[in-house]
Ligand binder design. Sequence first.
Ligand code: 1PZ
Length: 208
Amino acid sequence: EDATAAELTPLSAVADAFEDLSALIEAKDFDYDLDLKMFCDACSLVSILFGCLGMAFKFAELEYVSKVNDLSDASDSFGTLNNAVEFDAQNDTVKAPGSLSRNLRRVRQGLDLIRALFQNFLSSEDLYLKEAASTAYAKTCAPYHTWAVRTAVYAGMYALPTRDQLLLKLNETEESAEREMIRYINALDPVIQYIDKLYTSRNIDLEW
Ligand code: 1PZ
């Protein structure tokens, strides 16, 4: 593992981390309580992608990273995702701004956004990422963002790198990127289902 670490690309590290999470979730029954720190560590790896997006998405990075860090800071006291959501459910703070459950919901939407982006990336050969990223954002996050945020995000889409620039920055080829993106897409399914179940099992809707 250590010997190959130097050859790991950022994308393969992300895929590895989410495959580990999904393997844990799938190996246990559905009551399995996912470790919050382990989840946050996987989510932190995703932030390297932001470095490829340019200054226009700096505020998205700060938003995402601060939410992951908040959850990570809480991991010592709460231990697991389920405990964190349970705490908010008990205190009626599930949807309260800045609560753990709300931050978890936003981070989950970010992970979903990347999955949709990868799916669009793989199903098109566009030279520009604007279409793939806009469609992914529209499907996963835009419905839950304010008009002002949505407007800023769509405006920023013009500043995204091209497909080739992204591959270069990620140190991937078309072939290797396809492989790693598919691994992430497949690994994310059980993770998303697991997180959503934390809410739906408590009769909390997901339209926010
Ligand atoms: C090549 C890749 C292109 C992908 C481009 C996608 C850019 C998405 C930008 C999203 C910006 C979100 C800005 C701020 C949103 C906040 O209003 C919400 C609500 O926060 P709350 O009111 O609950 O405190 N915050 C969020 O939704 C958390 C941040 C989500 C950012 C997800 C980005 C995912 C990763 C992008 C790819 C690296």
